[in-house]
Design a protein around this ligand. Structure first.
Ligand SMILES: [Zn+2]
Length: 153
């Protein structure tokens, strides 16, 4: 496929299929790290790294590469932008709903973390460290279900 037959919209659709390696229920678009797509002689995808030093950044870049190559894009450039920095505020509304459905409490600026199972606010921190560095382990004292909280950043 030659680059000038590809539309920006098309590239965004392909990127919507690229999962976040740590939370595969979220695509990198839900995560809010895709800052721009430009198409000229090559397709350039501008990404904001998530947590600094998060090993997911390189995994994401290589997934973007393979996703575009799979659709026949030959020339692919990945650029990283550090500013404005990514925070959990960039996670889309749809992304937050997906997290909840997956049983992960989405990041919130509030002190009250609602249980993703029963929405109770009677929850307590079990450990700052969940299955990955960006999540913490919590427990609901109403339904007693343990859950993960995507830490706010
Ligand atoms: Zn609960």
């Amino acid at each position: 496929m030659v680059v000038d037959t590809i539309s920006k919209k098309q590239v965004y659709e392909w990127l919507a299929d690229v999962p976040d390696p740590e939370i595969p229920v979220l695509s990198i678009l839900d995560l809010g790290i895709v800052r721009d797509v430009t198409i000229d002689d090559s397709v350039t995808v501008t990404l904001a790294p998530t947590y600094s030093g998060c090993p997911a950044t390189e995994a994401i870049e290589s997934s973007v590469h393979s996703a575009l190559r799979k659709h026949g894009v030959g020339e692919i450039l990945i650029e990283r932008v550090l500013s404005p920095p990514w925070t959990t505020d960039w996670i889309s509304e749809e992304g937050r709903e997906k997290l909840l459905r997956y049983g992960i409490a989405p990041p919130t600026r509030s002190q009250d973390i609602a249980c993703p199972q029963c929405t109770s606010l009677k929850t307590e921190l079990v450990s700052e460290f969940g299955s990955t560095a960006c999540k913490a382990s919590w427990r609901c004292t109403d339904c007693l279900e343990p859950f993960e909280y995507f830490k706010c950043l």
